[in-house]
Design a protein. Structure first.
Length: 297
């Protein structure tokens, strides 16, 4: 029988760095000997809410030689160690660059140091990709929990109960639905700003907007300056005010049903026939087939 034990070298680095930090070293000595309590440490370390406690270090403890505050590892005054912790909770692919508040929440689950929120805010300001993150990460959305950062491997963790886990997962689904609906409403608002009401009847002739994938693939070059409409085509059937069926050539490999936003009114004139633009077929390239196979491998 064999088993695997995960070790975290970062914990050993933090343990050694704690002994080099004057403030943390004073706390370590104080919790080892209650008679050693410095006034300077009380002013710097203790918070006003804990002033009525018998000892300013009542929230600190040592586990396996590592100083902790309320069970969270105390990070010494070392930007390199703090940067590693913030990187694991913000920059790794499974974290997906969360916001400042979310990153602070993730870091505070396992670590503590003075000025944590300030350092996280400065770190994220230097990130050029944080603006792409909205809501929560896909990992948390799918699994209902956050991934385990590299810096927390080997540390004891608290896991929610089954009911709490299912409640969080259901809440994430509701958040995802709300975000998707919010994006759809925003897109509709922008689309309706320049959209004018138009209604056609059977027998009318209209211009059809050519999708970009049909033009660029068939021509094989940039089509930015080419006409965006072709036709005119005759409307053979009107399903409702937004869906119309056009009479397209038989060699067209596209569906003949189109949304009204893809159609433009055609006004008869001799010089407004747009001919020879682009076929609606996905490719006009000539296909070649070999006469015989000379060799293979």
């Amino acid at each position: 029988m064999s088993f695997t034990v995960l070790e975290n070298s970062l914990l050993q680095d933090m343990k050694e760095a704690q002994l080099e930090d004057p403030q943390l070293l004073q706390i370590i000595r104080a919790i080892s000997d209650d008679s050693i309590i410095g006034d300077e440490a009380v002013l710097v370390i203790s918070s006003p809410s804990k002033a009525n406690k018998s000892s300013p270090y009542c929230n600190f403890s040592k586990e396996n030689g590592i100083l902790r505050r309320k069970g969270k590892v105390c990070i010494p005054n070392s930007w390199d160690l703090r940067r590693i912790v913030m990187h694991d909770n913000h920059d790794v692919p499974c974290a997906r660059h969360p916001s400042v508040g979310k990153t602070i929440q993730l870091v505070r689950r396992t670590f503590w140091w003075l000025g944590l929120a300030r350092d996280v805010h400065i770190y994220i300001q230097q990130c050029t990709r944080s603006f792409t993150m909205t809501g929560i990460s896909p990992f948390e959305m799918n699994y209902g929990m956050n991934p385990t950062p590299r810096s927390t491997i080997g540390m004891p963790k608290k896991f929610p109960s089954a009911l709490e886990f299912l409640a969080n997962l259901q809440a994430n689904l509701e958040i995802a639905k709300a975000k998707m609906q919010q994006g759809a409403d925003r897109a509709k608002e922008y689309a309706d700003r320049k959209r004018s009401p138009r209604v056609f009847e059977e027998g009318d002739r209209v211009f059809l907007q050519v999708p970009g994938r049909y033009t660029s693939l068939s021509i094989g070059k940039c089509t930015k300056l080419l006409p965006r409409f072709c036709g005119p085509w005759k409307i053979v059937k009107k399903l409702d005010d937004v869906a119309y069926r056009l009479e397209l050539p038989r060699d067209c490999e596209v569906h003949s049903m189109f949304h009204v936003s893809k159609l433009r009114k055609y006004i008869s004139r001799e010089d407004n026939l747009i001919e020879g633009i682009v076929s609606l077929q996905e490719s006009d390239s000539t296909y070649h087939s070999p006469c015989r196979i000379l060799d293979w491998r």
